[in-house]
Design a protein around this ligand. Structure first.
Ligand code: NAD
Ligand code: DAU
Length: 339
């Protein structure tokens, strides 16, 4: 697989950035990063790779058939991270989620097939497609019914089904990964952990939805990226692999960890209105990935959170540029074109 040509979509987002960094460090692959630079895409994340001959950035949308067709002709394998990813935004407006997550995935699948790519086509999905668990339920298995509850998770479930159809009908060698909640460097500050760290650093209140007892399974982003790489290199076409951190915590436990690491008082916590349709609990059964991909999450929550808090403290200008909107001018400054 040396020098393999990989098309990565959504590489300027949180997980895509960490994945491309992992690829460039640990493999000889040639990477094309197709990213639309929506509000969640930050070109500066990969600025140090710009002159690397194994890396190329292309600004564009995954639903742009002409562009995707031309990029597929040069690609051997695909890893699709591109998505609208934030549940609260999907509640305010579902349409961009349908455009990117559903239509965009179908365009990628069609162009992959037409170009005769060898593959695989790794589709990065989420535990949220399974819906919500009650306290006593066993963790999600890959063959559970899909019961998505938000427009975001419904759009991701739709894209998973389109991937399944492409495999069954056309033998497109699709591999789906479904991962739990990620945290770590480069996460956009609308998500729980970076939002809370930054609010703490700024002495602001920490808005916890509802009673704060919703449970998520947390995984350090680098462990997720290693799982996606294992799926790319060792995955079985047509397979679905659950990935997770084996680390179920309530939101309050997460927020209290941040307060402790930053030495801040608990009275910064402010309970606010709950998210409509808020899933109560996610948990993942990851035994298939452990067995077939020889993959395991390696970072315990305490270590991962220490690294994450330190990263946000050391990279204040990264998140200040996002809060001020300054990060949006990086593309124009470097490519001379408007976003
Ligand atoms: P993110 O929102 O940080 O990044 C998404 C990236 O996709 C951005 O760079 C954005 O510019 C790009 N993008 C959006 N629409 C596009 C389009 N139409 N064409 C091309 N690029 C486009 O997301 P993330 O948290 O890095 O998540 C990446 C993927 O992993 C998503 O598919 C998400 O569903 C999945 N996932 C995320 C998590 C998590 O905890 N964050 C967990 C499991 C799965
Ligand atoms: O489970 C995987 C999913 O994790 C991914 O597919 C999504 O792309 C990703 O955004 C994430 O979804 P969540 O909705 O779980 O993540 P979020 O960080 O938005 O919220 C985590 C929990 O924290 C959730 O129970 C809602 C709660 N929350 C969130 C925010 C932003 C709060 O209590 N207060 C907040 O301000």
């Amino acid at each position: 697989m040396n020098n393999k040509k990989i098309l990565v979509t959504g590489g300027c987002g949180f997980i895509g950035t960490n994945f491309i960094r992992l690829l460039m460090k640990e493999r000889d692959y040639h990477v094309t990063n197709l990213d639309a630079l929506t509000y969640a895409g930050n070109l500066e994340n990969l600025a140090d790779l710009e002159k690397n001959p194994r890396y190329r950035f292309v600004k564009g949308r995954i639903e742009d058939e002409g562009l995707v067709e031309s990029l597929m002709k040069e690609a051997e394998a695909v890893v699709n991270f591109a998505a609208e990813s934030h549940v609260d935004r999907s509640i305010k407006s579902a349409r961009p989620f349908i455009t990117t997550n559903v239509m965009g995935t179908q365009v990628l699948l069609d162009c992959f097939r037409k170009a005769g790519c060898h593959g695989p086509f790794v589709h990065v999905s989420t535990d949220e497609v399974y819906g919500s668990l009650q306290k006593e339920d066993p963790p999600f298995r890959e063959n559970n019914h899909l019961r998505p509850n938000s427009p975001y998770s419904a759009s991701k479930a739709s894209s998973d089904l389109l991937c399944r159809a492409a495999w069954k009908t056309f033998q497109v060698p699709v591999i789906i990964t479904r991962c739990s909640n990620n945290y770590g460097p480069y996460q956009f500050p609308e998500k729980l952990i970076p939002l809370m760290i930054i609010n703490c650093l700024q002495g602001r209140k920490l808005p916890v939805y509802g009673d704060g007892l919703n449970i998520r399974d947390w995984i350090f982003v680098k462990d997720h990226c290693k799982g996606v790489l294992c799926a790319l290199e060792k995955g079985r076409p047509g397979a679905i692999y659950n990935l997770g951190g084996n680390c179920e915590l309530t939101n309050l436990q997460v927020v209290e960890t941040i307060l402790r690491l930053l030495g801040k008082p608990k009275d910064l916590i402010e309970f606010v209105n709950d998210r409509p349709g808020h899933d109560r609990r996610y948990a993942m059964d990851i035994r298939l990935a452990q067995r077939e991909l020889d993959w395991n999450p390696e970072t315990d929550f305490e270590t991962g959170m220490e690294k994450t808090v330190k990263w946000y403290m050391d990279n204040q200008s990264w998140w200040e540029n996002i809060l001020s909107g300054q990060y949006r001018s990086y593309y124009k400054d470097h490519y001379g074109r408007d976003l």
